[in-house]
Design a binder for this molecule. Structure first.
Ligand code: PLP
Length: 362
């Protein structure tokens, strides 16, 4: 079957959704998947059309923020096959988040079964190849034990919420402008920044909404010194530097990304670092001073939603400085972006075993 035939067959099987108009918004799926954990024992995940949870008002997720989540995607490839991208990494990260908030981790294989079931039950929501849209999964883990005294619960609910989403930034590459905020910290050095937990996002809203009101996204600095780059809103930071002959005779360019105990270990960043190394780029993870932006030729935010969003400028109002990178994405990050997209959409060989083709039983 050629690409055009498989695309039109896909179209026929699809829901009546205008895929080109999908943004990064929630579209109600047919089913969500749930599994509860009581007394340390997980039940088998099951699909349900009921999108509401019957939750006690004193559940620890509501009272004390015992909540962690994830984000991953299924891609319809050029060959019509559906691929999940690095779901085991999401399962492992969620297990770390669970431990970070004293919750019972979801076993990796159960996480995988829940994602596959959510995919199978919502197969018509996998967008066709060529639209740039994907089926996004939002796994969620919450503490459900009723408790008024401060402390963790013993019962948990794991939910997988699928939703088709369009490209995070419709159109080709979308450049983002960032503004520095030294008055709101996203996460403390020994806090929960390394975990994907709702509290981090709630804590960042004062800064992100203030930035949006001025037409920017928020660049978070480390909470201790307010000197080093931590994260770009809800994405990791990447900078590209040219290596001088004095610095290195081996490498022409360097991929820099922050080393910080307060940032989320991005699976996209990890994948891009691997692809960069394969292309003879020096990859360095270390603390990055904000002023070092002036030495970088390219900068970007990276994450599952957008893969890479080039940064056109970073404004530091307090220091009266603006770091500019131009409105066109640079060559190094563009190449890495396309390399990763090609693997996700089955256009390039997946030499790292990052994708899992999901066979759907009829
Ligand atoms: C705070 C934060 N940092 C980084 C990322 C990027 O991580 P990933 O590439 O695994 O999506 C995300 C998105 O999940 C995020 O919310």
């Amino acid at each position: 079957m050629n690409d055009a035939m498989s695309a039109s067959l896909n179209d026929e099987m699809m829901k009546n959704i205008d895929w080109s108009k999908l943004g990064f918004h929630y579209t109600e799926p047919d089913y969500i998947v749930r599994a509860a954990c009581h007394e340390g024992v997980w039940e088998e995940p099951y699909a349900t059309q009921d999108k509401y949870l019957h939750l006690h008002v004193s559940a620890t997720c509501l009272q004390y923020g015992q909540e962690a989540f994830e984000g991953l995607k299924a891609f319809r490839g050029v060959d019509g096959k559906i691929r999940l991208f690095r779901w085991r990494e999401n399962a492992r990260r969620m297990a770390k988040s669970a431990e970070g908030l004293y919750m019972r981790p979801v076993p990796e294989e159960l996480f995988g079964r829940a994602i596959r079931l959510a995919l199978e039950k919502n197969i018509d929501f996998v967008p066709p190849y060529g639209t740039g849209a994907t089926l996004y999964f939002r796994p969620l883990l919450i503490g459900t034990t009723p408790r008024l005294g401060v402390g963790p619960g013993r019962d948990f609910e794991f939910v997988v919420i699928p939703s088709p989403i369009g490209p995070y930034y419709p159109g080709k590459f979308h450049c983002t402008s960032f503004i520095v905020n030294r008055h709101v910290d996203r996460a403390a050095p020994f806090g929960t920044g390394q975990f994907k937990v709702g509290g981090n996002y709630a804590a960042s809203f004062r800064a992100t909404e203030a930035a949006h009101a001025q037409g920017y996204d928020c660049l978070f600095l480390d909470a201790k010194y307010h000197r080093y780059i931590d994260e770009c809103s809800a994405a990791n930071f990447i900078g590209i530097k040219e290596c001088t002959k004095e610095q290195s005779t081996m490498y022409k360019v360097e991929y820099l990304t922050p080393l910080s105990s307060a940032i989320l270990p991005s699976i996209t960043n990890d994948s891009l670092m691997t692809l960069a190394k394969e292309r003879g780029i020096k990859v360095t993870r270390r603390r990055i001073l904000l002023e070092e932006l002036s030495e970088m030729t390219e900068a970007a935010a990276c994450g599952t939603a957008c893969v890479i969003s080039p940064i056109d400028k970073v404004v530091d109002p307090e220091q009266g400085r603006t770091y500019s990178f131009g409105s066109e994405p640079g060559p190094v990050l563009s190449e890495l972006y396309h390399a990763l997209r090609d693997i996700q959409f089955g256009r390039a060989e997946d030499r790292h075993g990052w994708t899992e083709v999901i066979e759907i039983k009829n």
